[in-house]
Design a protein around this ligand. Sequence first.
Ligand SMILES: O=C(O)CCC(=O)C(=O)O
Length: 282
Amino acid sequence: MSDKRQRARVQGSWAKPVQKPQRPSVQDVQSASASGSWKSGPQSFEFHQPADPIRKVPAEKVIENAGDYEISQGPSGVSRLRLIPGFLLQEEADWMFSKLLAELPWSQKTNYRMMGDAYEEPRLTCWYGELPYTYSRSTMEANAQWHPVLATLRLAVEQKSAHKFNSLLCNLYRDGKDSIGWHSDSEPSLGPQPIIASLSLGDTRVFSLRKQPLPEDKGDFTYVERIRVPLAHGTLLLMEGCTQADWQHQVAKEYHDRGPRINLTFRTIYPEPQRSGGRFVT
Ligand SMILES: O=C(O)CCC(=O)C(=O)O
C-alpha cells in the first residue's frame, strides 16, 4: 500500500505519517529485568511504589442508643458524648415544646463573615444568661430573665450532668430548611474543654460530627471520621472533654418534610478575655 493511502484524511489535507510504536527488543527486556526499569529508545519508564498508602474514607458511625461514648482519644485528649434519649417524658416534652415555641422571644440573628458581609442565620434563636454571647461577629445581649420552663430544665440538666450552667442558647428550626453549619463551640468565652448540654424538643433532626483533619491534610475533611446522632423529642446529649477542640458539628438541611424543632444548648460562659495587640490579656 502506498504511503499516501496509509495516512488519514484530516480537514482536507493528509495527516503526517503515523509513527508506529517501537517494541522493546529481547535485549531491552533482559536489561530491564536486571535493572528494574524499561528502556525504549531514548526514553526510559520506571515503576515506583506510590509514596502515600491508599487512604479510605472511613464509614460514618451512628450513635442512637443511650450510653457514654469515647469518640476519640486525641490530638487534644479524650472527646466524649453522653446520649440520654427519653430524658423528658413524652407528655412533659410535648407540653414544654408548645409553651417554648409560643412564649420565647425568637428572632433571626444577623451574622458577619470574615470579609464583613452580612447574612441571616437560617434559624431563629434567643439567649439567656448574665453575660452577652458573641459569635460570628455578632453579639446576643445578656438576658437574665429566664423563662420558668427554662429555669426548671436548667436544674434538671445540672442534676443529670453534675455540672453548673449559667447560660442557654435556644435554637428554633422552623422546618427541614433551617439548619446550623459546621462549627465547634470554641469561643474563648466558653473556656477550655467546655461541657455543652443539648436538649432537643419537637421533630427529630440529625446531629452530625466530623473530626478535625490532621495538620498535614491542610483543612481537607475528605478522610476524617464522621458520626451521626439522630436527636429525638426529649433527648439530652452531653458533649464533653475535647469534643469542641477535636470535632465540629452541624444540623444539616433536610429535603423531606420536617416539623419544627427546638434545641436548648446549656453552656457556661466566662467574661471575655480582653484582646490587646493580638494577644489575650486576662
Ligand atoms: O441544634 C442542635 O442540635 C445543635 C445546635 C448547635 O450546634 C449550637 O447551638 O451550637
